[in-house]
Write a protein of this length. Structure first.
Length: 313
């Protein structure tokens, strides 16, 4: 089973306007609602191929928006596999306003609700009671208000003690605290990786990161995303580099989350690192073609033979 943790969910609303009128009225030509939060973006590759039977979403929902998200989960067939911990606070909206004439977009992220200590422990109990030996747990995104910065560390320790493999994808203190628990895999960007390695960010060249990865004797597994340059990956002491084809990107929002979902979707079946990272990259590329998070399987398949793979060690 693959458990995807989404502690900071939202209702993502994309609003299209012909021209955005500052200090005036802008009429929407269309709008689109979606399950939001990094964890829900991680699940999109599974939804795109209708392979959700071995996936569980673990999230916190409250208020009218929380109820709406639960209805949307039901429509997508995620209710049975969804593990929702109810909270007193109100789940947030996040909005994107797309101006069609200029092709520009503005993102407005609302502050999420504060989670009580009782709600946090109820969530942890629900998660750990679902874990079986050999499961995967994906921790993706920031921590909501009220939850301590070492909560991911706690989850990693408790679920890995139960035999799970944990993938950590966060930032800031949640990331730096989480890696202390030695997750099976950590996904970061180049800036976050250099910080974890106590290296200067003044030299963020790919060659520098390659050198650190190949010379580092630690057993830690990493995926380091490099934006349009692709990614570097270290798994079981082997280091790989993947480069991407050039595309006309519209919006890269959620591409990293979709990459992670695509990776674990394939890895959990084949245990083939090269195949899993190529699959992840194709899904991520297809997402860049749309204003809102979307996995286009047809477009993804078109990119498969255009990704270049190099084993470095």
């Amino acid at each position: 089973m693959i458990h995807i943790v989404c502690l900071n969910p939202a209702l993502d609303r994309t609003i299209f306007v012909k021209r955005f009128q500052k200090n005036g009225v802008s009429r929407a030509s269309s709008s689109f609602n979606a399950l939001g939060g990094k964890g829900f973006n991680v699940v999109r590759p599974f939804l795109a191929t209708q392979e959700t039977e071995d996936v569980q979403i673990h999230t916190l929902l409250g208020g009218p928006v929380g109820s709406q998200l639960q209805d949307m989960m039901s429509e997508l067939g995620l209710t049975i596999n969804g593990k929702v911990t109810p909270i007193q606070g109100y789940t947030r909206y996040c909005s994107v306003i797309v101006e069609e004439e200029s092709g520009e977009a503005s993102l407005i992220n609302e502050r999420g609700p504060e989670v009580t200590t009782q709600e946090m422990f109820a969530f942890l109990e629900t998660l750990t009671s679902s874990i079986q030996n050999g499961d995967y747990v994906i921790l993706s995104g920031s921590l909501p208000a009220g939850i301590p910065v070492d909560f991911y560390k706690t989850i990693i320790e408790e679920t890995q003690d139960l035999g799970a493999k944990v993938i950590l994808d966060s930032s800031g203190e949640a990331l730096s605290e989480g890696v202390k628990a030695k997750p099976w895999l950590t996904k970061v960007n180049e800036h976050e990786f250099l910080e974890l390695m106590n290296e200067s960010n003044s030299n963020k060249s790919i060659e520098t990161i390659e050198r650190i990865l190949t010379s580092n004797d630690a057993q830690s597994n990493f995926i380091i995303t490099l934006g349009k340059e692709g990614c570097l990956a270290k798994l079981n002491n082997h280091v790989w580099r993947f480069s991407l084809p050039s595309i006309q990107a519209v919006n890269a929002t959620a591409s990293g989350d979709i990459f992670l979902g695509g990776f674990i979707k394939e890895w959990s079946k084949s245990r083939d690192l090269e195949k899993a990272l190529i699959q992840a990259s194709t899904y991520s590329l297809s997402n860049c073609l749309y204003w809102y998070p979307k996995v286009d399987v047809t477009k993804a398949n078109d990119y498969r033979n255009k990704i270049r793979v190099y084993q470095l060690s």
